[in-house]
Design a protein around this ligand. Structure first.
Ligand code: TXE
Length: 500
């Protein structure tokens, strides 16, 4: 039993109790206007977990109306930053208090490891909230130096109603990455969680109400992309959209933002991040980092280090050890504390990953280990390693979003840099070396929003996160992320009797 009303289903699977299945609009859980629902499934079995109210345009309209009303006339944008921070800190406490239950929801909905949910995702969500709560009373403009008989200053004002469209791989972190700075800025939000993983977002709506977030400030409208998502990105009364997802849909969102009211857009898209390992590295440490970089969260992470470049001197040893790690990587029920990797999120992703593995083989890469589904049901895939991968192969160019490593050999630093930059993406990169000059040179040369040196996945709320190139634009995390949710107004006042 994982506590909090979880039940053990047939086959020994722990299934959490699901309390919230309706849309959350203007502080209330409501049915969809159409009365429709959709199924969210458990990737461990493919079975239905819950029927969720399905938002469409009519519901998004109601949610935006509530968010607009709360923005124009409600107290949230008019509260002091300090008052907002107190509510946000309360919400952070509630997230921590319910961490076990929430980790179980994400575990069953997304196939994420329960243990990591408890010790990483939930504490990180609370930390994110507290980080931006700490910033809420420090948002201020500047005094301007205006020539002539004038004086000027800038005011930072909340941008207004923010549409948040997020994916399924980190249901909790995605929610708070966007919602925390938006709340600190004094905005109101309409959040569309991914159709695969709506459960925890609805729970957060409930917790936000308990914490004292006023009605209409946070609205949650689960539904599908082309309906609920598109209704947000094309809405005439949404001021800004914060999106994380595929590059393809990022483009669609920009288009509909442009065609509607030219709303502000920020996009955090896919990646094909290189992990570059130099000869002087401690091979065991490099193997640990590199396998984690691509197998963590079943490879369903935008910064997955899916292209691993290893310098020729240690290549053979590295390959041998990486294959060993992959073979020992335990795939299974994410609620079992000894599991390293759960199932892919759904049938679509499962088939997509297997399709890429087939393409890899067809295009001439050598499959060293893995490459097949595993388990008698559910969407489990073996940790997979390819060698003899060339830059122009599909598996070296496209985001697979699964536990598939492409291992490549290189000779010189120049070559490593050139090949690392050889994709349309630029989200992250890893460098493993003891040589400071090489580390610095690579850090400056790789066109990516985050570079990890002798580490990987070292996230911090204070470290801005986002993409170069087709990995998108705008930053989550860091104080700079608050700017996405603010307008800057210049106020210039005539000073006719100025003595200077
Ligand atoms: O993403 P989508 P999918 C990549 C990854 C993955 C692939 C496809 O490679 O295999 O994308 O995943 C909403 N208007 N990433 O199909 O479709 C959708 O409902 C408005 C990388 O799940 O981009 C969901 O809420 N919204 C990534 C969100 O967009 C629309 C994380 C993301 O879904 C929409 C996820 C539309 N027309 C996938 N269509 C990352 N950067 O971490 C869909 N959506």
């Amino acid at each position: 039993d994982c506590g909090n009303g979880a039940a053990v289903a047939g086959g020994g699977l722990v299934v959490p109790e699901i309390k919230f299945t309706k849309l959350f609009i203007n502080g209330e859980f409501v049915d969809a206007a159409s009365g429709k629902t959709f199924e969210t499934r458990d990737p461990r079995t493919g079975d239905v977990l819950a029927h969720i109210a399905e938002a469409d345009k009519a519901d998004v309209d109601l949610a935006v109306k509530a968010a607009r009303e709360a923005f124009e006339h409600g107290k949230w944008p008019r509260m002091s930053g300090y008052e907002r921070s107190r509510v946000m800190n309360k919400l952070a406490d509630l997230v921590e208090e319910h961490a076990d239950e929430l980790a179980a929801l994400d575990g069953a909905d997304a196939g994420k490891l329960l243990t990591l949910g408890k010790i990483i995702d939930m504490p990180a969500a609370a930390q994110m909230l507290r980080y931006y709560a700490g910033a809420a009373d420090k948002i201020h403009g500047e005094a301007l130096r205006v020539a002539g008989k004038y004086q000027g200053y800038t005011l930072k004002e909340p941008i207004g109603v923010v549409g948040v469209i997020i994916p399924w791989n980190f249901p909790t972190m995605m929610f708070f990455l966007k919602v925390s700075p938006a709340l600190a800025a004094g905005c109101t939000v309409v959040v569309k969680p991914a159709e695969q993983t709506p459960l925890s977002a609805l729970y957060y709506a409930h917790l936000a109400k308990l914490a004292g977030v006023p009605d209409g400030v946070i609205n949650v409208v689960p539904g599908f992309g082309p309906t609920a998502g598109a209704a947000i990105s094309s809405h005439m009364d949404v001021d800004s959209v914060a999106f994380t997802g595929s590059a393809e849909i990022g483009r669609t969102i920009m288009e509909s933002a442009a065609r509607s009211n030219l709303k502000n857009v920020s996009l955090e898209l896919g990646g094909k991040s290189p992990m570059i390992v130099f000869d002087d590295a401690d091979v065991d440490m490099a193997v640990t980092l590199s396998t984690l970089a691509v197998f963590f969260n079943k490879g369903e992470i935008c910064v997955a280090g899916s292209r691993v470049y290893v310098q020729e001197g240690i290549y053979d040893e590295f390959v041998k050890k990486a294959v060993e790690v992959a073979r020992n990587w335990k795939v299974g029920d994410p609620f079992d504390a000894t599991t390293n990797m759960g199932p892919q999120v759904d049938k679509v992703q499962f088939e997509r990953v297997l399709k890429y593995i087939e393409i890899g083989k067809r295009e001439g890469a050598t499959l060293l280990t893995g490459g097949k589904p595993t388990g008698d049901k559910g969407y489990y895939i073996e940790p997979t390693i390819f060698v003899d991968v060339k830059e122009d192969m599909t598996i070296a160019q496209e985001e697979i979003f699964g536990p598939v490593m492409s291992l490549m050999k290189f000779k010189t630093v120049e070559e490593a840099i050139e090949r690392a930059n050889c994709t349309k993406y630029g989200l992250a990169a890893g460098v493993v070396t003891k040589n400071l000059d090489i580390a610095n040179r690579v850090s400056r040369s790789v066109r990516a929003g985050t570079v990890w040196v002798n580490c990987y996945f070292a996230f911090d709320p204070d470290a801005p996160f986002g993409g170069y190139k087709m990995s998108g634009f705008g930053r989550d995390q860091g104080l700079v992320a608050i700017d996405k949710y603010l307008q800057v107004k210049s106020v210039i006042t005539a000073v006719p009797d100025s003595p200077w």
